[in-house]
Design a protein around this ligand. Structure first.
Ligand code: VG1
Ligand code: CO
Length: 522
């Protein structure tokens, strides 16, 4: 392999956030910008890079081909022996994780900005996933690029986890029941080919059940973020079409939104708890048992109630999937999720959108109940943790930093505990206030500053943090949660209105962000 030396200078702001480096495409197009980050990533592997194998792929967004070409050249120059690349550079995030594990590679490079818009004016991103495997052997200096079918290995894995026959019966009505009609919206992200193969070819859903299934460099102008705001077309289609199940995934295929008939919305925190409560519907967990549960800190606490009832260990980790990996590798975690539409298990080391949809279909098939019936039964058993998240996207950074530092002072002030706040006829007394700090139970590493928490005496919570995935400005996330034992059928926004009001007032959010309304409410 021939290589040459190129000199370059550092760039501002190449620090990876919650999930790698995310910036405008135009940043990555600057001379040496992408090369610098790729070189830093490869250099960080140290000696281990010599003769290793890496997986490379991404969600197919604009600039993917250019980035793959750069990575191939630089990997060769750095002594990597073999690259496993998805066709056209396209692989979903969970599929990359699947390949890393299957081939026991040194790791993988994922090219995605996830749920952020794409195209020449959109975002691009690069993140490195570590090996959860063994070192490959070094023999000679031959450099190999293997182009793999992006779908085969993933589908094979799904077949081992789920009972495809049972789901096929559910979707085709071959058991004599009315078939469950579904609508799966890939939002023109990377999941299209996976979803067509899984839901239509393998599970017998009609071809028109999977829509926007062509991965496009600009997502066809759609915002590939599966929530009620950006996946509105799915919501409308299911309302009108009468399907009993709807799902949408983000650009790189690791997020999911689940809705039932009439577009009945499943809050992701509830989704996690329901799956935890029904893991015996899935052969993978029947076979391996359930070793533990986990959620990210801002995620609603419905999961904790299931864990307590089932006497399972339950972990609370900082936002971002990387914290779950250690627990999985230590054999202490089987199912985990985040309020941000991420759900997954230890079958890979990423959250997994299609997996989540299959998990839900497994529960529906086994219980023979609708999505809404399953949720309501859950609330009847455990009570309901109402949950909402307000996002204030792309605000000015300085005032948001100031707001966070003021909130830091508030939670550091001992007199905050015991204070009572009231609104809309409801009162909440602070029982704990802090900035969330996580000590990894496996390696004892400490991660500080993971979000301001105000926890009230009835278990209700308000959490504030700044996003680590935006490509410009600051995005404030405000998470509000309250628990009701009996009154579980209320509208979530109505139930949470008093606490939302308190949270906005206490943080002076409107003053600092200059926004009277959030960009997105989930
Ligand atoms: C957001 C979510 C977080 C998620 C992360 C990556 O991070 O809140 O839960 O793990 O995105 O998801 P932040 O720092 O912006 O709040 V993905 O689908 O973008 O890889
Ligand atoms: Co994603």
């Amino acid at each position: 392999v021939l290589s040459s030396k190129v000199s370059t200078t550092p760039f501002e702001g190449q620090k990876p956030g919650t999930s790698g480096l995310r910036k405008k495409v135009t940043e990555f197009q600057k001379p040496h910008y992408t090369e610098n980050f790729v070189q830093s990533t490869l250099s960080a592997l140290g000696d281990k890079i010599d003769g290793c194998t890496l997986v490379v792929g991404g969600d197919g967004r604009f600039f993917t081909k250019e980035a793959v070409a750069i990575i191939i050249k630089m990997a060769a120059a750095n002594g990597v022996k073999r690259l496993i690349v998805g066709q056209h550079g396209v692989l979903s995030t969970p599929a990359v994780s699947c390949l890393i594990r299957k081939h026991q590679t040194m790791g993988g490079i994922i090219l995605t900005a996830s749920h952020n818009p794409g195209g020449p004016d959109g975002d691009f991103g690069i993140k490195f996933n570590c090996a959860n495997g063994v070192l490959s052997e070094v023999d000679g200096r031959l450099f190999i690029v293997d182009v793999v079918d992006s779908v085969d290995d993933y589908v094979h894995l799904m077949r081992q986890i789920f009972d495809f026959d049972a789901i096929r019966q559910l979707l085709t009505g071959s058991d004599g029941n009315e078939p469950l009609r579904i609508r799966v919206d890939c939002l023109n992200g990377v999941t299209g080919p996976y979803a067509r193969r899984v839901f239509c070819e393998e599970l017998g859903a009609p071809a028109d059940a999977v829509v926007h299934s062509q991965p496009l460099a600009d997502f066809g102008g759609l915002h590939p973020d599966p929530n009620l705001t950006y996946a509105k077309p799915l919501v409308e289609a299911v309302k009108q079409g009468g399907q009993g199940f709807g799902a949408a995934f983000d650009g790189d295929g690791d997020r999911n939104m689940i809705i039932g008939e009439g577009a009945f919305f499943v809050n992701p925190s509830d989704s996690l708890a329901v799956l935890a409560n029904n893991l015996d519907c899935i052969p993978y967990f029947r076979r391996l048992g359930v070793r533990g549960l986990a959620r990210s800190m801002p995620t609603g606490c419905a999961l904790d109630r299931v864990a307590a009832a089932k006497k399972l260990e339950c972990f609370e980790v900082p936002t971002g999937w990387k914290f779950f990996g250690n627990l999985m590798d230590a054999g202490r975690l089987s199912l985990c999720g985040e309020e941000s539409f991420g759900t997954g298990s230890d079958h890979v080391r990423e959250k997994d959108g299609i997996w989540a949809a299959l998990a839900w279909l497994s529960v529906i098939a086994q219980r023979q109940q609708s999505v809404q019936q399953i949720l309501e039964a859950h609330w009847d058993q455990y009570g309901r943790n109402f949950f909402t998240r307000y996002d204030y996207e792309n605000c000015e950074s300085a005032p948001c930093e100031k707001m966070m530092s003021e909130l830091n002072q508030l939670v550091a002030d001992p007199s905050t505990v015991g204070k009572t706040f009231s609104s809309g006829g409801k009162s909440y007394t602070v029982s704990k206030a802090d900035n969330f700090c996580y000590t990894d139970p496996v390696d004892n590493s400490v991660t500080k500053n993971q979000g301001i928490r105000l926890i009230f005496s009835d278990g209700s919570r308000v959490v504030f943090r700044l996003s680590g995935t935006g490509s410009s400005g600051a995005t404030v996330r405000m998470y509000v949660e309250s628990y009701e034992k009996d009154d579980t059928r209320m509208d979530a926004q109505a139930a949470l209105a008093p606490l939302v009001d308190i949270a906005i007032t206490v943080s002076k959010l409107k003053e600092y962000t200059g926004r009277s309304e959030p960009t997105v409410i989930t």
